[in-house]
Design a protein around this ligand. Sequence first.
Ligand code: SAM
Length: 254
Amino acid sequence: MNAASAADTHFGFRTVPLGEKQRMVDEVFHSVARRYDLMNDLMSMGLHRVWKDLLVSRIRPPRSARPFALLDVAGGTGDVSFRTVEAGGAGTRATVADINGGMLAVGRERAAGLGLADRVEFVEANAEELPFPDRSFDATSIAFGIRNVPRMDKALAEMRRVLKPGGRCFVLEFSRVDVPVLDAIYDTYSFKLIPGMGRMVTGDAESYQYLVESIRRFPPPEAFAEMMRAAGLKRVDYTPLTGGIVALHSGVRI
Ligand code: SAM
């Protein structure tokens, strides 16, 4: 049996070489891109919309015409960006950065359908090496994305680097359910129902098996807050949502 090495990471419950994880994650999102939004609604029973709206209320885009630029990392099909520009005034713009061309293609079509193509830009980019200058965004966000990134520390450092001083970095991610009974129900739902739902809707149960496993592998909220501090972010805090199913983390670039 091979012992795990420092160059290993996790792909769901499997230990894999660090250099392999991104390719495996990319396969997951290429496979589910076309049905990703529908599956999100079904899996979360619509709750992902509530969580994203809460994120947008914390991003607080100005209602005036004041310029405001959001970078939504691992932004996939554009949900957080669309909600942010819709909540903001005429000066609010968003950039979706995602490593997966399939997810971005769906996002571009959605932007055109919503009439938001001139306010939301889509850029193919790796969260670990963002192709943007230092201090160029008013806020950075990543929703349900960071656990898929092999080197989370690099992604957090990049999200801090591109922030203007005083700007806030937000991470919305699945967390730890800490409500008795709800935890057992959530476990059964995740492991027994979601992969089957994934098979029915996307024809791909394995991708959804990875997604539920990767949620369990993600560090508990205090440990993740420590990673944000290590990336140089200040005034780091987090709010558990829906009994801890999800947590909204944030930190400021001073
Ligand atoms: N943020 C969107 C949302 O909330 O609907 C999409 C979240 S989806 C669960 C995860 C996204 O992370 C996918 O679109 C995937 O392509 C992207 N991703 C994975 N690894 C990445 C990386 N290294 N850099 C940028 N995006 C990445």
